[in-house]
Design a protein around this ligand. Structure first.
Ligand code: ATP
Length: 318
């Protein structure tokens, strides 16, 4: 391998007249979590389907697990696992039977299959429910079973297409924990998600897919720096101190009633120090200081022109 689990260059895909992917480039280093974000219909699932060999690309130099996708799809298939919107779980049979079926598909011996199934069911907290039909499982349990089934084949790269959509917050956090554990074991995770918070929480790098291409790519922190809107809020209780600070910080927007000043800032140590130095020179001390940085929602809206995105709105306060 090259150190890159996934390398995509010039990926194109159209359905009829509709161009979905118009020259997508992305690389994912081994052992990292990469998250692909985009508004509904941007083509995230199409990227996952192409990279997992379910759909063929129209063009592009695509390598997954070091294998050329066009020349050796079999080798790609052997290196990857896919879970998500198209779950492999069969509701009519038990969790354990689903696991054993997977072990059969991977040509494990009966004994080895039982061992691996028991181990994974235990690891994903499904041992107690193992003898029950999967149709009786909660949404979170089904997702866990789905991932456990994927792991039977010991994939080095896992595609998770919206793994937590529809899960309650507790199950979502449980899934995040599972994803982190996978990566600490050396697996590479390619994640699509509708939840910007999820990408922020998990991903080493994030790419925003828009209008057929990657509109921006970077760490969550890097992406947040592309959009304006970061500021420092200073709260005062003493009106005289408030007025001195307001005149010392000329760029501040002011709320004279609640004695709050707002100063544009990227939240960096350098800018904060400069701000505090100016307050010191003016001989005033704020009673409260909070740094507000743009969150991924702001980034998303800025990059995709306000396209509809079902993200939770949340203010990042440090
Ligand atoms: N088999 C197909 N035939 C025709 N059009 C398709 C097909 N599959 C996807 N599309 C279209 O391609 C576009 C991208 O779809 P895709 O499912 O990849 O988007 P997505 O970003 O995953 O969206 P979502 O967040 O809603 O799941 C959509 O406009 C969709 O209608």
């Amino acid at each position: 391998m090259t150190g890159l689990a996934i390398a995509v260059h010039g990926l194109r895909k159209s359905y009829g007249d509709k161009v979905v992917l118009d020259g997508v480039d992305l690389t994912v280093p081994e052992g990292t979590i990469f998250s692909l974000l985009g508004p509904n219909g941007a083509g995230k699932t199409t990227v996952v389907k192409i990279l997992s060999t379910l759909v063929t690309a129209d063009a592009g130099d695509l390598r997954v697990g070091g294998h050329d996708l066009a020349a050796d799809p079999q080798a790609v298939r052997a290196a990857i696992g896919v879970t998500g919107q198209f779950s492999a779980v069969d509701g009519l049979i038990t969790g354990e039977e689903n696991m054993l079926l997977m072990a059969d598909l991977h040509h494990l011996s009966k004994r080895e299959g039982r061992r691996v199934a028991a181990e994974l069911l235990e690891r994903f907290d499904l041992a107690e429910a193992a003898k029950r039909p999967a149709s009786t499982y909660s949404g979170g349990m089904k997702r866990r079973l789905d991932i456990a089934m994927t792991l039977v084949g010991e994939p080095r790269i896992i595609f998770l297409d919206e793994p937590t959509t529809g899960l309650d917050p507790r199950s979502r956090h449980g899934m995040w924990q599972i994803i982190r554990e996978l990566v600490s074991g050396g697996v590479t995770v390619f994640l699509t998600t509708q939840y910007l918070e999820e990408a922020d929480e998990l991903a080493d790098r994030i790419a925003v897919l828009h209008d057929g291409g990657i509109a921006a790519e970077g760490t969550a922190e890097e992406l947040k720096q592309i959009v304006p809107g970061g500021h420092v809020r200073l709260r005062f209780t003493d009106p005289a101190g408030y007025r001195s600070a307001a005149s010392a910080l000329d760029a501040a927007s002011r709320d004279d009633e609640s004695l709050v000043l707002q100063v544009p800032s990227d939240g960096s140590q350098r800018e904060l120090r400069a701000l505090l130095d100016r307050l010191d020179s003016a001989g005033v001390e704020a009673d409260g200081l909070t740094v507000h940085t743009p969150d991924l929602d702001d980034v998303f809206f800025a990059l995709t022109g306000g396209a509809a995105v079902p993200a939770q709105s949340k203010e990042t306060v440090r």
